[in-house]
Design a binder for this molecule. Sequence first.
Ligand code: MTE
Ligand code: MO
Length: 322
Amino acid sequence: MTRPTDPRILPSDITRSELFLNRRRLLELGVAGAAFGASGVNHLALGADAPPPVDRYKAPRNAAFSVTETPNTLEEISSYNNFYEFGTDKSDPAMNARAFKPTPWSITVDGEAEVKGSFTLEDILKPQALEERVYRMRCVEAWSMVIPWVGFPLGDLIKRFRPTSKAKYVAFTTLMDPKQMPGERDRVLDWPYVEGLRMDEAMHPLTLLAVGVYGKVLPNQNGAPIRLVVPWKYGFKGIKSIVRISFTENQPRTSWSGAAANEYGFYANVNPAVDHPRWSQATERHIGGSSLFAKRQPTLPFNGYASQVASLYTGMDLRRYF
Ligand SMILES: Nc1nc2c(c(=O)[nH]1)N[C@H]1C(S)=C(S)[C@@H](COP(=O)(O)O)O[C@H]1N2
Ligand SMILES: [Mo]
């Protein structure tokens, strides 16, 4: 993994401008506000003047790790986001992440591991076979979506770094760059955004590093170029735009527990029986469709993934470790 990067494989070589149609041109073409051509991407949902995402990550669906519910549209997935680095409203990331540059990208690996250093995204991706997985996603704010991610199991990457026996947790850090991430100029969170998993959670085959959605590169607002997806946990565990992975002996600090420890625990397993201090977690609002008349649906323990993950927490009091 420490070999020099082969410049021939740089995805940054794909000129986004070739695919770029600015808003004025769209207006001239009379298609502003309409679905974006054959790709089905709504250009405006992605943020006016944002280049449409590139079809770089077409990958076969892993049916064994996919739910059968209908996925949300790319428009929904890319226009209703939480990414405080780009603002605190759900519509802010799509607008404010337009100019964000997710290439070139590298990730620093440090802590309790034999293989450490700085690795380009290409180094990281080269040996990994990508697959599509349709996952149920659930935010602590009691809304949900179904998303066809493209990525690979985090555990496969972790093995390449050969964590030592002292590594009990894996910590993740988002890019700190207030020039590109205007939200980092406001002290709403203690930047940079950090998250962590216990090693067995990180190694679980459901835990994904995602680089795409619907076969396209991740829209910036969804955490380009690489983000974590942990489908049995509240969305805030799914840290975006990762620049550091650290193997630690002690439970790492996490941004949301740092901001409000009584509201956002380290474990954050989706649990309809444990209410958020300010609202119920028993039901959820599914984003999309005709949400005007949409009924709230019951929230499932571990977001429906209990048969796969409940055993990770045997013997733990999940009311205490929420
Ligand atoms: N760096 C970073 N990662 C983040 C967040 C954030 O504000 N900053 N928000 C989290 C929350 S609360 C949710 S619900 C999910 C939303 O992911 P999505 O916008 O791709 O649906 O991202 C998570 N990852
Ligand atoms: Mo969230």
